[in-house]
Design a protein around this ligand. Structure first.
Ligand SMILES: Cc1ncc(COP(=O)(O)O)c(C=O)c1O
Length: 409
């Protein structure tokens, strides 16, 4: 029997220590107030450049997006004020879902209040006992939690290793009634992509369903930003479910599910995270709709993002930095030997006006700490050259233990 701790506060303290709290005593780069940091830097004649925000196409501050949000606020108010099923919806919901479906090339779309929630509720709702979910080992936490929230079996394949997936499906598929394969279009910590044509071939052969998380690929992959299907030359009708978020390219927040009309209609009446949660704020729907129109109209932004991300990877590799498997689109990591070195690199960048918090302990394997860069069409060439130069010439670190000093209990 595990001894009980005295209180939730004691328990929290212990868990936080185990999670690596000691690193924060070394350097705490989290929760930076980026608006005031930018103001202060500029007031002193310096600069503050963020590589920590996924405004891939640089439209977060676009006047059209702001104007659309302001107009919706004025005419409709902030909140949806109830679940859309029972509280009714605003015209912005329907208009936005229709345009998104058209953009994605799917029959129908449903929007929810969060991208994270969308994965959790969709996966846990669709899959049941006697079913199995096949997940990439580096899946986003929302996918893992969706799988944990069902009585379906979870089977993990090695990252982006479709031979391994195929092998596991051959071994185990017949045991289960329904099988769902989940993959990310552009992996959020590594910046690599799944081989979609091969994945479709495998899923068809094994009569499985496939869910592709396009959180980081809409507006990023493909010449027109339609995502992984466009990039890979695959008809979106071959994907059972496309999931995404408005928090990245579409500069706001909220999630969506796209697929066949029959599937979305079923979810519209039954999906717990939709039915039992408030509808997307009409302000957000209007802002995201305006952002979507900009993605389609100003395709030069997609090209600019590609140029910036490719330049970043090229310069990093020339400087001997490890960008892992990144293909050079929106997300590029730079991997370090240990967490201390990663913290020191982040601190060095911050003291020179570049905001790139470290990803250590949480969200990535503990032995693969990194600085994760989100590239944007809004970055200037000198921002990219500047940050790589600083990393390449950073002061060398005294060697230290790779374990947090006081996290040993
Ligand atoms: C792959 C992936 N899926 C889903 C989400 C959740 O999206 P949101 O932050 O908009 O809730 C994220 C978040 O970054 C993500 O990286």
């Amino acid at each position: 029997m595990v001894p009980r701790t005295n209180s939730l506060a004691d328990y929290a303290t212990k868990r936080f220590r185990r999670a690596g709290k000691a690193y924060l005593e070394e350097y705490d780069p989290f929760f930076v107030a980026i608006d005031s940091a930018r103001r202060e830097a500029e007031a002193q004649g310096g600069h503050f450049v963020s590589f920590a925000n996924y405004d891939y196409l640089g439209i977060a501050g676009h006047p059209t997006v702001k104007a659309a949000a302001a107009a919706a606020l004025e005419s409709l108010g902030v909140g949806a004020l109830a679940s859309r099923l029972v509280g009714g919806e605003r015209s912005t919901h329907h208009v936005f879902e229709e345009s998104l479906a058209q953009f994605l090339g799917v029959e129908s779309v449903l929007t929810l209040v969060s991208g994270y929630l969308t994965n959790v509720t969709t996966i846990s709702h669709i899959m049941n006992i006697h079913d199995a979910i096949f997940l990439d080992e580096l899946s986003h936490n929302s996918i893992i939690c969706g799988a944990k929230g069902t009585s379906a079996a979870t089977i993990v394949f090695d990252h982006n290793d479709l031979d391994h997936l195929d092998f596991l499906l051959r071994e185990k598929h017949s045991t289960y009634r329904h099988v769902l394969i989940v993959a990310e279009a552009l992996y959020s910590m590594d910046g690599d992509i799944v081989d979609l044509p091969r994945l479709i071939e495998i899923k068809d052969r094994h009569k499985a369903w496939v869910l592709i998380d396009e959180a980081h690929s809409i507006g990023v992959l493909g010449q027109e930003g339609h995502g992984l299907c466009e990039y890979s030359g695959v008809d979106p009708a071959q994907i059972d479910l496309i999931i995404g978020t408005f928090s990245k390219t579409m500069a706001s927040c909220g999630g969506f599910i796209g697929g066949k009309a029959a599937v979305i209609e079923w979810l519209r009446y039954t999906l717990p995270g939709f039915v039992f949660s408030v509808g997307l704020s009409p302000v957000i729907a209007a802002a995201a709709q305006a952002a979507l129109q900009i993605v389609q109209k100003e395709t030069w932004r997609i090209e600019r993002l590609r140029h910036n991300a490719e330049l970043f990877v090229e310069l990093a590799r020339e400087a001997g930095l490890d960008t892992g498997p990144a293909i050079g689109r929106g997300v590029v990591p730079i991997l370090f030997a240990d967490s201390h070195e990663t913290l020191a690199a982040s601190r060095h960048l911050m003291s020179n006006g570049y905001y790139v918090p470290p990803i250590i302990q949480i969200g990535v394997p503990k032995n693969q700490p990194r600085l994760r860069f989100f590239l944007s069409a809004a970055h200037r060439t000198e921002d990219i050259r500047g940050v790589i130069n600083l990393l390449a010439r950073r002061p060398s670190q005294p060697s230290v233990s790779t374990q947090p000093v006081s996290a040993a209990t």
